[in-house]
Every structure is written in C-alpha cells, then in structure tokens.
Design a binder for this molecule. Sequence first.
Ligand SMILES: [Zn+2]
Length: 297
Amino acid sequence: MKGKLITGMSKNREVRIYIAQTTEMVESARKIHDLSPISTSALGRTITAAAMMGMMSKIDKEKLTLQLKGERAIRQIVAVADTHGNVKAYISEPQAENVFNALGKLDVGAAIGQEGQIVVIRDYGMKEPFVGQSSLVSGEIAEDIASYFAVSEQQPSAVSLGVSLSKDAKVNFAGGFIVQILPETSEETLAQLESNLTGLPSLTQFFEEGLDMIQVANQVFAGLGLDELEEYELNYRCDCSRDKMETALMSLGMKELMDIVNEDGQAELVCHFCNTSYHFDKSELMVLIQDLARPLS
Ligand SMILES: [Zn+2]
C-alpha cells in the first residue's frame, strides 16, 4: 500500500517539483472500493494529487481535503491527505461505466464532466479551515487542479497525473507530478520549462519505458538541473476507529440514539473511505446514552 514522493528544486531555485509514484496505493483503493476501470483512473489521479498537495504544507497537523464535484456519471470524489503522506479516498460511483475517447483510452473528463467545482479544504485543526475553490475546466483532474492553483491560490503550476491499468483492470502504474513556478522566475526558466513540458511523453508512457521517478523529474527539469532532492513515504491509510465512530454516534444526541435503540436495537456504521464496518449492539448503545446523560463535572 506504499508509495513514494520525491521533491526537488531547479538549480537556480526558481521552480520546484513534487513527483509521486502511487501504484500500490491506487491498487489498494481499487480493491477496497471495488472500482471499475474508469473509477480507478479518476480516483487514482485524485489520490495522487491529494498526496502531493498534502505534503506541500509545512504545518504538521494540517489535513487537506481535495474534492471534485462533477455533473456526469462520477458525481463526487473526495481524497483526504495529511502532512505525513497518508491518504484516504472515496468516490460516489465506484462502478461508473467506462467511457472511451477517440484514441480508445478511458475518458475521465467525460465521466466527471466539465461543469462542476473543485474544492480544497486545508484544516489546521484550529479555528476556521481555509476553503478554496474553482470551476472544473475539463474534468481530467490534472488540468482542473492546475487551474485551481492559478485561480484560487495564485500559484502557477503544471500538473500531470496518470493511471495505467493492465488487461485484467489491475493498476499497473499510478503517479504524477506538480511543478510550481516560484515568484520572480525568469523568462529563460519559464521558456525552458515550457519546452520540456511540451515535448514530454505521458507519465504512463514513461512507466512503460521503465523510467523511474528521478529520471522523469530530470526530463521535466532538463537544462535546469535537479537539486535538493528529498524522499518521503506515502500510504493509503484510513484513520477511522471505533472511538471516532462512538463520537459520531454520540453527536447524534440522546433522542436520536434512543430512537435507534428502540427501532433497530443496534447500529452499523460503515467508513466511506475504507469500508470497515463498526457494529454497536443494544448494550453498547446504552453505554453511549448513559455517557450522554451523565452531567459534565
Ligand atoms: Zn476507515
């Protein structure tokens, strides 16, 4: 379930790259959510982007939520990432019907749609979270995220995301990169970067040719040099727990909990992100109700 993130800077310190390999993480999401190929592609791209965006923050307790709301078959995708490389994700249509483009490739843009929103929530665990949003531009996810960075965070970026599947629909490769243009980047650097990106094969093509992440990063930064490399571990990992489910049940309030006890005599809570189910029988629910009834000391 592990993945890898490499970060680096150009030698002149004018552009930064985040490059991630998330193959096992996306394969694990595919199994957990029983995803169709197009849902695997869409969720895989989102997981990869969220993993990189989560690691951009220097604030230790921040949680980043990346949400895509489309109007076509895939209505919603949510990925939550922290600053330690842990990502969990959810898709409203795990079995979305496959759509193909003219080249016979899975058409994620058509499954998400061009109308909709991308929402990014940065929660620092205190006061109000930061919420940024922008409109979807293509539903292809990478372009939508690049547009989000430009519109909502005034951060010019190039984003590339790729998921390739084997014949039996397992994840062969998943990964992506985000290049950030830092303030006061020179025209020469921009021109070089643009020419590198224009001639760049897709990430899935790189994978098929057997290139590793550093080699890809070197191609993206050709003529600029790659410096200050750092490597981090990524994981597809859910942080749900019985304690959190108890808190969720208690937040329903005494009356609602009594109704559950009287009507169903039990409660079954399923985590959207990892499909773990938590069962509470009548006596366990009664304990929660007693806790609620206890006056605060
Ligand atoms: Zn969970």
